[in-house]
Design a binder for this molecule. Sequence first.
Ligand code: F6R
Length: 244
Amino acid sequence: MDVRIAEDAETLAREAAAIVAGLVAQRPDALILAATGETPIGLYRELARLRERGVLGTSRLRVAQLDEYLGLEEDDPRSLFGWMHRALLAPLEIDAGRIIRFTTGHPNAELVAGMYDRQVDAAGGIDLAILGLGLNGHLGFNEPPSRADAPTRTVSLDPGTLASNATYWPNAVVPERAVTAGMSVILSARRVLLLVSGSRKAKILDRLLRSAPDPELPASHLHDHPDTIVLADRDARPKGPPDA
Ligand code: F6R
């Protein structure tokens, strides 16, 4: 695990964007697994800026969804796909043919999970997984406990995750059921970029860095991944003295 500390959230976004741009320069049709949420917003803005300046070509870039709520209409703007469309897909002009998404309206969600895995395999696997860190150590919606071989599947969200996501659901209840790319998909990505920003993440980042791979802290499985970069800003950097 390669742990890097950025001065602040803006620097983190720029450094993360440089990593993504480096990959796309080498492999213009790279398949990126993209988290939603607060943490990657700065990175996605930076990628849009690089594209506008002609520094980043996205005409062949491919994007896979990381997770999605269940029980929503396909075009519900509160879906994670809706969020990803506004923050990443539209600004980078990634058209539908280059997106692997979860079909939320399908009556059989387990079938949807299987379809997703087959699409990822057929696309040649994930080149880069861009992830955020949940306050309980989740990756995607792989809530604790999640084993390293956990497949893409439907899950019930933890109360803490529901509370964190409530800001996106004004006057409505956050859906409790979701589908997530499995730990197995995340860990088979050729490279993982875990972004961690803000003081509220300091405690869980500290636990992650000290933990052996443990299903109770799903992100800790990244210790067994051959190419993971953890990019944290100073606010998220663990401050306590090491345990004796
Ligand atoms: C989002 C996702 C989640 C978030 C995590 C951190 O697609 O899968 O695992 O990455 O909960 O969320 P933020 O960045 O909002 O703190």
